[in-house]
Every structure is written in C-alpha cells, then in structure tokens.
Design a protein around this ligand. Structure first.
Ligand code: SAH
Ligand code: SF4
Length: 397
C-alpha cells in the first residue's frame, strides 16, 4: 500500500492489475458516508436505537465533517462502541496535497484513499457570478481512478484504468471542500462530474453518490445544481434519463463526424456521433433538461472553419448548448488554437443560431485539467531520487 511519511509519498510496487474494484476495499468496514438516510435508519433501528439517532448521525456527517466515529459526540458511548463493533467507520479519504491558483479562484486537492490510491478534486470559484450574494462555487469530482476510454488529449485517459471510485469516496471529495468553505462562510453551489474518469462507466456508485448528495437529510444540494459529463455511453444516458433525477447532462462530442471522433476517442466505436445526438435528444425529452455538448478545441485537429460548419449542420435546430474548451496541453502533442481561431469557430456556431460559449480557463498553472495534478505527482515519484513533497510540486510541461 502507498503511504505518506514526513511529506514523502511512497508508492507500492503492487501492479495495477492486482488492484481490481472488488479487492481494493475488502477490510469489511462500511463508511457511514455510504449510507442513504433510510439505510442509516435501518442501521440504528437494528441496534435497538430510536429513529432520531439516524438524523443525529446524518446531521453530524454533513454539517460537522467528523474525522472518526468518536467525533459523533451526540451519541452515547455505548452506541459508538456498538457502531464500531458492527464494522462501521468514517472517512474514506485524506488530503495529502493542496494547490491554489495565483488568483485564488481555483483550489486543487489530492486525496489519498484508504487503499493508498490518489485521486484529485478541484474547487472553482467565480467571483463575478454570485449566487445569493456568494460566489458560484463549483466542485469538480472524480469517479474513477484513471479511465478506460483513452481519449488521446486527456491526461486521465493516458493513465489507463485502475479502479472505480466508490460512492462514499465521491462524497468525501465534496465533504473536504464543504468543510473548507464552511470556514469561509461559503458553501458548495454546484457539483460537476468532470474530474478523472467516466461517470457512466461507474454508474451505480455515481448514482448512489448523487442520491446522497441531493437527499435533504444528507448533503442536500439541489439536483439541478449537479452536472454529469460523459464521453457518451448511450445506455448510461438512457438509464440516467429514467432515474427520478433532474441532473444536467454534458456530452463530450469533440468532433462532428465519426472518423475524427474515433481518432480522438479511440473507444468511441459503438457510439456514433448520430447516436450521441439522439441520446441527448431523448434525455431532453424525458427530463426537460437541455443537454450541453462539450468540444475540446485542438489546434489543427478539430478547429477549422470547415469542421465548425459541419458541427453547425449537425446541431442546427437541436436546441443544445455547445461548450468550447480550448485544450489543455497535457497529453500527447496537442496545442490549444490561437485566440482568433477559437473566436472564429464560435462565430460560425453562433451565426447558425447555436448557443455556444468558450469555457473560461481556470487554474491552468496548477494543472487544473482532468487528471493533471495526479499525473504530475506520480511522474515526480517515478523519477529516481525524486519524492513528492507537499511544498514542492513539479510544474506540468
Ligand atoms: N469522462 C467524462 C468526464 C470527465 S472529463 C467526459 O469525458 O466527459 C471532463 C471534460 O474534460 C470532458 O469534456 C473532457 O473532454 C475534458 N478534457 C479532458 N482532457 C482535457 C484537456 N487536456 N483539455 C481540455 N479539456 C479536457
Ligand atoms: Fe476518460 Fe473523459 Fe478523459 Fe476521455 S476525456 S479519457 S472519457 S476522463
């Protein structure tokens, strides 16, 4: 198992293949953060305790961020003993590193999970866009360690897949930032599933996390404040549309035709561009929520006026929104297009009546793109005689 001592992270020599989703957390402990309110009630009732104990635990979990069972001061010691004896625990992640951008708007946390796996989470604050007098505060969570989809421009995709992140580990990412924000008298206003991994390839844990996060007796954020971003697993999109959830959906399109898309997303195979557009349409019909198409703009690859025309043709009259993301040069030999070329691309879409925005870049100097901080840290560890020290993070290339 990897561990941190004196600020130095030691990585185990265990091969990635051994680290399968089923064997990573086999210590027979259940994190209380995994339990939905009705499950928490069943647990306390099973212990012969009154129902209100469940709400006391939930309140403590989501408003006080206890570090272990013994921090649940509201409960009698005998009950705490019983909870521990029954195999419950608290806490699926420890913060091992934090980086803040120069403007202070973006904070990136590297968390160490109980099996030593490293994952990253980003907080982005938009001072200019206030929400009830508070800055919009978005947390970008990871759903998988690595990703099997292999997108050529994505640092996570280039790591390969290690394991799925469990619901309580997804919730832990939010809890860490919620605690930090509480100290500033701020709160989480939005959650986007746009960190490491493909959320719809880890469907059940992602949905459980969303149910925990949106339940008023648990974290209690509005369903409409959550957005799931997917590379376009159409069966997952249809399943999501059938849940009684009102979450936003973003589909990562990146190309207007299958040939180019399959080059950028090597695993896109079974899902054609047309399939994705239809899945987006079905999602809108079922949920009433308009879908956003994300499009990573890469210099000389998918940013020409001709391709913009093709994209405009594809999406015309669809009512969707396009989010252009100038690529972060993290993986492969990719560059973001010059400003003029980005604006020209945007103009072509706007001229066709397609609602389109260019994503404001946040925190690029702290490797805020998907999978980058972890890549930086792990790369530094792999180099001989270089260790990860919290005060000395190597810069990304
Ligand atoms: N797997 C999901 C969600 C995580 S990636 C998905 O692909 O949608 C979240 C977003 O970050 C995606 O739109 C993805 O295309 C984008 N992204 C990944 N690497 C990027 C990079 N190097 N530069 C810009 N955007 C990137
Ligand atoms: Fe996976 Fe999304 Fe990265 Fe593609 S862009 S490799 S789907 S995380």
């Amino acid at each position: 198992m990897d561990f941190l001592r004196n600020g130095i992270l030691f990585l185990s020599t265990k091969s990635k293949k051994e680290n399968t989703p089923s064997d990573v957390i086999d210590n027979n402990m259940t994190d209380l953060y995994r339990l939905l309110p009705e499950e928490m009630e069943a647990m306390v009732i099973g212990m012969g305790q009154p129902r209100y104990r469940a709400d006391q635990i939930l309140h403590a979990l989501y408003h006080e961020s206890p570090k272990d069972i013994w921090d649940l001061h509201q409960l009698p010691t005998t009950m705490l003993d019983e909870i521990v004896a029954a195999g419950y625990t608290i806490g699926s992640a420890n913060e091992v590193h934090r980086v803040v951008s120069e403007d202070g708007d973006t904070t990136k946390m590297l968390l160490n999970l109980v099996d030593g796996t490293l994952i990253e989470t980003v907080l982005i604050q938009y001072e200019s866009s206030k929400h009830n007098g508070h800055p919009r505060t978005t947390i970008c969570v990871s759903t998988q360690v690595g990703c099997a989809m292999g997108c050529v421009f994505c640092a996570t995709g280039q790591m390969g897949f290690e394991r799925n992140i469990r619901a309580e580990e997804i919730v832990a990412q939010i809890i860490h930032f919620a605690q930090l924000l509480r100290k500033r008298e701020q709160h989480v206003t939005n959650i986007v599933f746009m960190g490491m991994g493909e959320p719809l390839a880890n469907y059940d844990e992602t949905i459980r996390a969303i149910r925990l996060l949106t339940n008023q007796r648990a974290f209690g954020i509005g369903q409409r404040s959550i957005t799931i971003s997917t590379i376009g697993i159409t069966q997952g999109i249809d399943r999501l549309a059938d849940e009684d959830l009102q979450v936003g959906l973003a589909i990562s399109l990146h190309a207007p035709n299958d040939k180019l898309r399959q080059w950028l997303v090597p695993t896109a195979g079974p899902h054609s561009v047309e399939d994705l557009i239809s899945a987006g349409r079905r999602y809108f019909k079922k949920t009433g929520r308009r879908v956003t198409f994300e499009y990573a703009l890469i210099d000389g690859i998918n940013d020409s006026p001709k391709i913009a025309d093709e994209l405009a043709c594809l999406l015309r009259g669809n009512g969707s929104h396009v989010n252009l993301i100038p690529v972060n040069p993290t993986a492969g030999d990719f560059e973001r297009p010059a400003r003029g070329r980005i604006l020209a691309f945007e103009q072509i879409l706007n001229d066709t009546g397609i609602n389109c925005t260019v994503r404001v870049e946040k925190g690029s100097e702290i490797s805020a793109a998907c999978g980058q901080l972890r890549t930086d840290v792990v790369e530094s560890i792999k180099r001989p005689q270089m260790h990860y020290k919290p005060d000395k993070l190597p810069k990304s290339d």
